[in-house]
Design a protein around this ligand. Structure first.
Ligand SMILES: Nc1ncnc2c1ncn2[C@@H]1O[C@H](COP(=O)(O)OP(=O)(O)OP(=O)(O)O)[C@@H](O)[C@H]1O
Ligand SMILES: [Mg+2]
Length: 244
C-alpha cells in the first residue's frame, strides 16, 4: 500500500523548472533511496513532499488523500512526516533535551514534565542520555544527527525523510548512519533517504530511484541502476565510486 505518492509534480523557481513532472510512489514500510546528480531536484522534491515548498502542478497523496487541498490541516500532516535536514538544523541556543521537546510543548501543548519524559525515551533509544544537557556546539556530528532524529521521532511520524544524512559526517560514519536507518525500520517507520553515496545507498535499501533533470527516470537496486543505461549521465553517476 502506498503511504505517499507524488503525481506529475512540477516546481518552478521563476523560469527555472526544477521538478518537471515527478511521479513517485512510496510504499508503506521499508526504505526508499533517492539518488541523482547535484541540482537535479532531490531536496526540492522532499521539501515539496513535506509542504515546505508548494508545487506548481501535480498531486501529493497521503494514504490516497490529497494534501494540497484547502481542507487539509498542514500542521497535522507535517507531524506525520519527520524531516532530518542535511546539517541537522538544531537550535543552537537549546540543549539536546529542549531541542527534542520544543515542538511537543509549543505545537502539541505538552507540559514540560511530560515532554521531557517522552524526549528522554528517545534520547535513551539513540544512546544520548548522557548528553541531554549539552548544546549543539558541544555535540559531535553523529550525536547532532541522532538528536535531530530523536526530535523527528518524538512526534511519532509515519515517515522520516533524511536529506544527505552522511554528507555532514566523517566518511567512516556511514556504517553508523545505516544502523540508525535500520532502527527506523525496526519501528515500522517508512524511511526516505536522499544520498549521493552509492555504497551507502546499496547498504540501506534495494529500492532506489534515480532522479535526473527534475524527473525520476529509473527505479531498482543499485546493481540494477548501475547497469548500462541509455542516459550517459546515469552511466557516469554509477560508474564512479562516489559522486562529487
Ligand atoms: N528556493 C530556491 N530558489 C531558487 N532556486 C532554487 C531554490 N531551491 C532550489 N533551487 C534550484 O533548484 C535546483 C535543484 O535544487 P535542489 O536543492 O533540489 O537539488 P539537489 O538535487 O538537492 O542537489 P544537491 O545534490 O546538490 O543537494 C538547483 O538549480 C537550485 O539552484
Ligand atoms: Mg540537495
Amino acid at each position: 500500500m502506498a503511504i505517499l505518492q507524488a503525481i506529475g509534480l512540477v516546481k518552478r523557481f521563476d523560469d527555472h523548472v526544477v521538478l518537471n513532472g515527478v511521479d513517485l510512489t512510496i510504499e508503506t514500510g521499508g526504505t526508499l533511496v533517492i539518488m541523482g546528480p547535484s541540482g537535479c531536484g532531490k531536496t526540492t522534491l522532499i521539501r515539496c513532499l513535506n509542504l515546505l515548498e508548494r508545487p506548481d502542478q501535480g498531486q501529493i497523496l497521503f494514504h490516497g488523500e490529497s494534501v494540497l487541498s484547502k481542507e487539509i490541516d498542514i500542521r497535522l500532516y507535517r507531524r506525520k512526516i519527520g524531516f532530518v535536514f542535511q546539517h541537522f538544523a538544531l537550535y543552537s541556543h537549546l540543549s539536546a533535551l529542549d531541542n527534542i521537546t520544543l515542538a511537543l510543548r509549543k505545537l502539541q501543548g505538552y507540559g514540560r514534565e511530560q515532554a521531557n519524559e517522552l524526549a528522554r525515551r528517545e534520547l535513551a533509544y539513540f544512546d544520548l542520555s548522557a548528553h541531554e544537557h549539552k548544546f549543539p556546539a558541544q555535540l559531535s556530528g553523529g550525536q547532532k544527527q541522532r538528536v535531530a532524529l530523536a526530535r523527528a521521532l518524538v512526534m511519532q511520524p509515519e515517515i522520516v525523510i533524511l536529506d544527505e544524512p552522511t554528507s555532514a559526517l566523517d566518511p567512516l560514519m556511514s556504517q553508523e548512519v545505516s544502523l540508525l536507518i535500520k532502527k527506523l525500520e525496526a519501528r515500522n517507520i517508512t524511511t526516505v533517504c536522499v544520498t549521493h553515496d552509492i555504497a551507502f545507498a546499496d547498504q540501506i535499501s534495494q529500492n532506489v530511484v534515480f532522479m535526473f533533470q527534475g524527473k525520476i527516470i529509473a527505479q531498482g537496486s543499485v546493481a540494477d541502476l548501475a547497469k548500462a543505461s541509455a542516459i550517459p549521465e546515469m552511466n557516469w553517476f554509477f560508474g564512479k565510486k562516489r559522486y562529487e
